[in-house]
Design a binder for this molecule. Sequence first.
Ligand code: C2E
Ligand code: CA
Ligand code: CA
Ligand code: CA
Length: 279
Amino acid sequence: SKKRGRNAFEAFAPAMQADSNLRMTVEEGLRTALAQEELVLHFQPKVALADGRLLGVEALLRWNRPGHGLVAPSDFIGLAEDSGLILPIGEWVLRQACADAVRISTRLGYAVPMAVNMSPRQFRQPGLLHRVEEALETAGLAPALLELEITESVLIDDTEVAAALLQALHRKGVRLTIDDFGTGYSSLSYLHRFPVTTLKIDQSFIADLPSNPYSEAIVASVIGLARSLKLHVVAEGVETAEQHQRLCAHQCEGGQGYLFSHPLSLEALCQMLEQRQSV
Ligand code: C2E
Ligand code: CA
Ligand code: CA
Ligand code: CA
């Protein structure tokens, strides 16, 4: 009835208002987070599954929000995307990650490749090539030590712009990883149109190992695809010895996940890697 409908609306409206107030508060906080130096990067190792060798690290953003502790990106990246704040935040991440890659490599005495997540919106921003070049130069990082992680959506929309940009980055030596591979699109035709270096198998497939034969079949075929296209392949979200063992059986090259290490602060990462070296 009309009456019930109106009551339902009235019951719904305050919740919507609260939600939008919350979003505004978070957005307000996020806006100042950059200036207040509340953003931090944590780093998670990627390892060679066969021998545990370090392949590189992935920079993962955290927000040290006053009164809230360390906030995970799932709680603010969407909002940063919607508000456009992802552009200055992404720029900060890029510059910080390049600088930290140099710090980590210098401290450990060997080169540690650094992977940076790029949001689709950031990727479509004009002048990205120049921003990447500048971040590399300012930090003094070799382009081959920088890897950009993008999702398939970037390669599906706006193909021409993406192709030109990726070719230019590739010529510079920057590496390109397809993140969350397998979750996005059924078409694989973009793989030969873009200079992709690595496929990263989405953690949802790894979480299902070994109980779900469909997931295992998908994992095996992505590994096979990478092998025949001569791409690197990394499984994300490896948590158990059994998952590790299944991935080794399928000859997956790399892995990342809590089994090897949680994302760590720069200091904790360096300490962990220094200790590993000495054993
Ligand atoms: P992602 O790029 O797919 O990163 C993997 C996520 O899985 C990370 O969550 C990581 O901490 C988590 N993870 C790692 N190992 C395991 C494991 O063994 N099990 C499980 N269950 N999870 C694991 P995090 O750090 O919360 O980041 C979530 C997402 O936020 C990232 O997903 C990425 O899409 C986005 N993100 C993080 N940092 C940035 C950034 O600097 N820029 C942009 N645009 N996005 C970012
Ligand atoms: Ca990633
Ligand atoms: Ca992922
Ligand atoms: Ca993801």
